[in-house]
Design a protein around this ligand. Sequence first.
Ligand code: IPM
Ligand code: MN
Length: 372
Amino acid sequence: MAKYKIALMPGDGIGNDVMDAAQIVLDKIGLDAEYIRADIGWEFWCKEGDPLPQRTIDTLKACDCALFAAITSKPKEEAEAELIPELQGTGLIYRSPIVRLRQLFDLYVNLRPCKAFKGNPLNYRDDVDLVVFRENTQGLYAGVEFHPLPDDLRAQLEAHSPRMAAFQGVSGEDIALSARIFTRAGCQRIVRRAFEYARQFGYPTVTLVEKPNVIRETSGLMVREARKIAAEYPEIELWETNVDAMAMWLVKNPQDYGVLVSSNMFGDIVSDLAAQLVGGLGFAASGNIGDDMAVFEPTHGSAPKYAGLYKVNPTAMLLAVKLMLDWLGETATAGALEAAIAAVIAEGKVRTYDLGGDAGTLDVARAVADRL
Ligand code: IPM
Ligand code: MN
């Protein structure tokens, strides 16, 4: 029996292209693993009404971890219009399968390293080395949303918050509400993981990115918990910034920051900004990590117009493989893979179109594999 069972979920769009790239590298590494393909993505939404079929969830439960590539997401009405006729009008609502996976398996950490590789012509600066810890299960992504606003819920809100007076006279039909839910334990565990990471890898600071001056209760809870946890890590400084100012500071002085920690939505936004500092989403990988399960993915989308052209940069996917190897405890192999990726970038001979080259997705994967 193989040491590891790993699910491979290419998804749709360019998902297949970059998963093939990952497979080339995995084959070269020769990890003692059984790879199991699992269905996920737009095709299964259209045909079955579920982009994350139960059989895939069952497969994942039997695996140590998974690699996921890309999925197309569309707003509610557009998604419904693409269902097969038999499924239309049956009340199915599209929900992002990756968000569901994060919640279903309680993958509460979204780890997003953004490191400038030497020689990457897309680097904003060459000295950026940021790691974003994004809370991955709560906040605005909890899915507790209403439109129209139900009358009984409205009455309760009015009874509990004088601020609701501002909406007097607006009909429930004309109000949409998305709840931002944080729990104390949810705040504590993401902040703790950020501090643990900073300690393990020698980062001198952890920066909490929130907005407690305005969003007093949710951001406020996160700040209060972070201060308590920070006291347990005297060698690491806790910096507190507001998310809007942070966007500015990240453009101005990104080299000053190390580990960042934030809630789900702010972390989503800040991590795209951070990714762009080191070449864009083609260089950004994520680990969705829980206590005993993890799903690794490139942070980019599915870029449907490039699907099957084997044109896109697979670096983010290969970096996702690196994160997976780290998580499995295969740290030497993870280090070797990162060094091989770095060497291919530094050498600059095999470059996809985003880097001004004409190499294909699989050429990059082969160049990396050749160095392993
Ligand atoms: C990401 C993506 C997802 C998110 C989308 C595809 C639902 O943007 O992983 O950052 O918002 O979390
Ligand atoms: Mn995102």
